[in-house]
Design a protein around this ligand. Structure first.
Ligand code: HEC
Length: 506
């Protein structure tokens, strides 16, 4: 589908500008606000599913991961617990100062000072505890992440053990390493009930944790916790505190709610408390990213089915892949570099696919012999899902060979939907055509819809809004807000085709 998207993408950008000028005066203020909100750190709307604009929650789309072992910053997911600190804090990074407590000689240390200590780089997966929450049936609260609240990056900084040594070592009674983030809270808010402060066992902190200031060779972006964040390799995201302003060797775990009751694995219906296991080490997990990660149909023939597999602290021993939803398995090839026990491995299998529907699933086994379960039990907050079945990817192999399909990429003269309809039905799905090109103006000019590779930002993102048939029909027949009515240009059959196309991934 990629070549096709370039056919309309460039013209549509121009059209988008025109449409913007035309419609700006009538746009609802919420749509205007969305236009002005550019994503930070070079991120593009089409690589992400936005679960929450504030505090930001961006999920990497399956097809945006690529096939290499490192997730670029531009594609890296974002999950903030609170509105992030102002960008002034990265204006002069080296002056960022961290208070170190609980050591024999406690005090402040700036990033400039940290850089004088011995530097190290590790590759590590960062994964939100709630990654995979969308696959639970009990409707747990929180962003419904699919597979993309995870990424693997190279992190450069200094080992926490070096920092503690710089202050003559942790006091003997210390059992935890506690990091506090620099998010500011409005006056009157109880810091311990909402502030981000997490503790991990001191032993883990001393052995593996780092204070990092570079990500994939770039200064750590503000959105990812720069100037300095804690990295606890192999542990779930929440432990990797961003914008660290205090680091303490402590006798007890943090008293903050996010530590005491939050991020604990517990049965559905139970409130969290310190007796429930904290979201620490990430168990073995894998998923397939492609081909067809964007929902596009594929062509028959040879395909490389690829994905990622990891297990906190352990690394992966092998991965099995099935193209029939788990009936028959074959052993995948681990390719690319092994970047250590906390990084993910890229894997692939080569398969010949004939037309039809396939459910691609993967099942990883780590170096300790743990294998992903088929199902993962529900838990109150929808944490830690690593069941292989739910992470599967459905792909459709079209009945036509690639050469014939690509005929439809020939640009055609501008057409109205009425004249274009019969030709379209032979060559490409009618709904897709209507959405991307043959409506005036085309839906893709204003809307984002992954299945159409559309990135419009004037109207709502339809992957996020997920309107049902009734809502789409009403919008098309009557218009809504700044969106024109299409009543006099679409037949009932065309409206139905659009509805099928928009709702098919829901
Ligand atoms: C010129 C820009 C533009 C074009 C072109 C456009 N839309 Fe929209 N659309 C919008 C805006 C803006 C909204 C939000 C309106 C509001 O809520 O005030 C919207 C809303 C919608 C909604 C949600 C309605 C609701 O109930 O909230 C759907 C569904 C939708 N559009 C589908 C389409 C389809 C299908 C097409 C193509 C036939 C299309 N749009 C073309 C701008 C556009």
């Amino acid at each position: 589908m990629k070549p096709q998207s370039t056919v309309w993408r460039n013209p549509s950008r121009r059209t988008a500008l025109k449409a913007l000028a035309l419609f700006a005066s009538t746009l609802p203020t919420s749509a205007l606000a969305a236009l002005k909100t550019l994503l930070p750190a070079g991120k593009q709307q089409h690589d992400f599913i936005t679960h929450n604009p504030q505090p930001l929650a961006l999920e990497t789309s399956r097809d945006a991961f690529g096939q290499g072992p490192i997730t670029a910053i531009a594609q890296f997911f974002v999950r903030n617990n609170l509105p992030m600190p102002e960008s002034e804090i990265v204006a002069d990074r080296d002056r960022w100062s961290i208070q170190v407590k609980g050591c024999e000689t406690s005090g402040q240390i700036t990033l400039a000072d940290l850089k004088t200590l011995e530097t190290t780089t590790v590759a590590s997966v960062l994964q939100c505890s709630g990654n995979g929450r969308a696959f639970f049936n009990h409707n747990p609260a929180g962003s419904p992440w699919g597979v993309g609240a995870a990424g693997c990056a190279l992190w450069t900084g200094v080992k926490v053990s070096e920092v503690l040594s710089h202050f003559a070592g942790a006091k003997p009674q210390a059992r935890f390493l506690t990091a506090t983030g620099a998010e500011s809270l409005p006056a009157g808010i109880d810091v311990a009930s909402v502030g981000v402060e997490r503790s991990v066992p001191l032993e883990k902190g001393v052995q593996d944790a780092l204070l990092v200031w570079e990500m994939n060779g770039e200064p750590l972006p503000l959105i990812h916790g720069g100037p300095v964040r804690l990295l606890v390799p192999g542990y779930f995201g929440v432990n990797n505190v961003k914008w660290v302003k205090t680091l303490a060797a402590a006798t007890d775990e943090s008293v903050h709610a996010i530590q005491q009751s939050g991020y604990r694995l517990r049965p559905v219906g139970q409130a969290g408390n310190a007796s429930h296991p904290s979201m620490y080490r990430m168990p073995v997990k894998s998923w397939i990213n492609g081909p067809g990660g964007n929902g596009d149909r594929l062509y028959p023939g040879r395909q490389q089915v690829f994905g990622v597999a990891f297990s906190g602290e352990r690394g992966v021993q092998h991965v099995d892949v099935s193209i029939d939803g788990g009936k028959r398995w074959q052993s995948a090839t681990l390719y690319g570099p092994d970047l250590g026990p906390n990084a993910w491995r890229t894997f692939q299998i080569s398969v010949d696919l004939t037309p039809g529907q396939y459910t691609l699933v993967s099942r990883a086994t780590d170096t300790a012999g743990d294998t992903q379960p088929e199902h993962f039990s529900a838990n109150q907050r929808g944490y830690g899902h690593n069941g292989w079945r739910d992470h599967g990817l459905s792909v459709q192999i079209s009945t036509q060979p690639q050469a014939v399909e690509s005929d439809r990429l020939e640009p055609s003269a501008p057409v109205t939907s009425q004249t274009a309809a019969p030709a379209m039905s032979q060559k490409s799905p009618l709904g897709m055509r209507l959405f991307t090109r043959s409506t005036q103006p085309a839906c893709a000019t204003c809307h984002t819809l992954e299945a159409a590779d559309a990135q419009g930002v004037i109207g709502p993102n339809l992957d996020v809004l997920r309107p049902n048939a009734q809502r789409i029909r009403a919008a098309l027949e009557q218009g809504v807000g700044a969106m024109p009515s299409y009543a006099n240009q679409l037949s009932n059959a065309e409206i139905n085709a659009l509805i099928r196309f928009i709702t098919r991934t829901q």
